[in-house]
Design a protein around this ligand. Sequence first.
Ligand code: GRF
Length: 192
Amino acid sequence: MLASGSGTNLQTLIDDPDVKGHIACVVSDKPSALALERARQGGIPAEVVSWGKHGSRELFSIALADVVEKHGGKGVILAGFMRILSKPFVDRFPGRVINIHPSLLPSFPGRRAVEDALSHGVKVSGVTVHFVDEQVDHGPIIAQRAVPVRSDDTVETLHARVQEEEYQLYPEVVRAFVDGRLGLVDGKVVWD
Ligand code: GRF
């Protein structure tokens, strides 16, 4: 699992008895990430691969993949990981990297998804879980849930509503993935 921030999605996965035993490690680019503390509290190995110590995105991505493999990780779940992963990383785990994003992709990719959705005045936003490719917030869509946008929403209130859906959807998808019921075949998402 890769996480950069508070790790509330990570927590829902740690709390899921069908998922927890499959989490080989939690890796962050930020030593202060609360996600690392959540991992330690859950008895899961936690490591930092700092962005600054590596000269390029490629070298950072390779170091990250090395740490995941060192812990025996066969797939990678991104839970609020805020760095862009390059092709050398994605190629090490073909069809086995999954991300969650707080909008209905392909609308509003990027770090400011909730803010962008609000400023465009959309009436419905949501959450997307997708396989990761080398482009940002791109790749075959696994599942989506819609969330209504209210006229008095702020970034905080809308993000909170989106996160409630995330906490239901991500464990569902990750359970299917670790059970081998979800995969990517010839670029297509396949559920058993
Ligand atoms: C989530 O909204 C997720 O969709 C996005 O980053 C946020 C992470 O939140 N990729 P948290 O760290 O799980 O609380």
